[in-house]
Design a protein around this ligand. Structure first.
Ligand code: FHN
Length: 355
């Protein structure tokens, strides 16, 4: 904590000095020396990014153990996001984790999902490889808490990648750094002991990311989430290194802004206002405001959207909120495209594998 305060004091003094100097010299840009800021400025113009940009319309899929209870626990309906049921209903981790032994989506048909997506017109799909619950939809060798140890057994991620790629649809991986299952996950780092434990967690997460980038070679992007806690913000270097590592393993891969924190814990945009990652992914359940967010033209961006008010995972009861109509959704897709961004529409399949 002391180091972070010192860094902030130094940053403040540097900025004060720079501003004074800038004032004296006219409008010289104020640049903070960073080791873990943006890795480049402006928009990527390589083929892989041009393809990501031209894809425009994508399908987000949130699927995990949370799809089994579907927002209802012991007969009580919880109105908050279904993928947060573990915390909404205060379910102890061992109880929640035992849902793994019920995960057997007998009606799951990856090829059927991919055909539906093709007919809907999406050009890419982003699948939750691991959401906050920590359950892995692939047989990760770094944790037992994965689909290989469920009654379903098979590698759901591979089935989806193969089926969607066969329909000509690119696949990106959503990965939550926040991990309620892992014993070394921490929300903040307040002691040397915390630092040691969280360092172990970051090695685990780094190994999983390497595993995903290596074992699924057609992956086109990584969509990071669950990076808002102080523990991650205090590890800007790790976020910088993960972006570098993924791009070394999979040249061209596209990484969203949510992964990144800079030397001072600034997220999405570094302390010099430069976007980190390859596109701004902070537009969640809203589109950029064409006036207020005019700078959206400076970089690529994607807005992600739920069909209910705020349900990413499957909820059994859709009467609890407004469900967007096809016309409302079409209008959002048109507006996003008109503003030059991508639109990622979310679906939460049920626990049995049906949409
Ligand atoms: O907490 C998650 C939520 O469950 C969902 O995955 C969304 C998708 O953008 N991201 C987080 C909330 O910002």
């Amino acid at each position: 904590m002391k180091m972070m305060n010192m860094k902030k004091i130094l940053l403040g003094l540097f900025l004060l000095g720079s501003l004074q100097q800038a004032g004296a010299q006219g409008t010289a840009a104020v640049t903070v020396p960073l080791k873990y800021g943006a890795q480049y400025s402006g928009k990527r113009t390589d083929d892989a990014m041009n393809k990501w940009r031209s894809n425009r319309f994508g399908q987000f899929i949130h699927w995990g153990l949370y799809a089994i209870p579907g927002g209802i626990w012991k007969g009580k309906t919880y109105n908050y996001a279904a993928e947060f049921l573990k915390s909404s209903a205060r379910i102890p981790t061992p109880v929640w984790d035992s849902l793994m032994y019920q995960f057997n989506p007998v009606k799951f048909d990856a090829k059927k999902w991919a055909r539906m997506a093709k007919n809907m017109g999406v050009k890419y799909m982003t699948i939750t490889t691991k959401h906050h619950e920590g359950f892995c939809m692939w047989p990760s060798k770094y944790t037992e808490f994965n689909v290989g140890n469920s009654p379903y057994k098979k590698d759901i991620l591979k089935e989806l990648v193969d089926a969607y790629n066969a329909e000509g649809i690119d696949v990106n991986f959503y990965y939550s750094v926040l991990d309620w299952h892992h014993p070394d996950w921490l929300y903040d780092i307040k002691s040397t002991e915390d630092s040691v434990a969280f360092a172990r967690f970051l090695v685990f997460a780094g190994n999983q990311l390497k595993e995903l980038a290596t074992n699924y070679p057609t992956v086109k992007g990584f969509w990071f989430d669950g990076t808002w806690d102080n523990s991650v913000k205090k590890n800007g270097r790790w976020t910088y290194e993960m972006e570098k590592m993924l791009k070394e393993i999979r040249p061209g891969v596209v990484v969203n802004s949510r992964l990144r924190a800079d030397d001072f814990g600034k997220r999405h945009k570094d302390s010099n206002g430069q976007l980190m990652g390859d596109y701004e992914s902070g537009y969640e359940r809203r589109l950029p405001n064409p006036v207020k967010d005019l700078n959206v033209t400076q970089w690529d961006w994607e807005a992600c959207m739920t069909i209910p008010e705020n349900q990413w995972g499957y909820h059994k009861d859709w009467s609890i909120s407004h469900i967007k109509t096809p016309v409302e959704l079409l209008e959002m897709i048109v507006n996003a495209t008109a503003m030059g961004g991508n639109f990622l529409l979310n679906f939460g399949p049920a626990g049995d594998g049906t949409f």
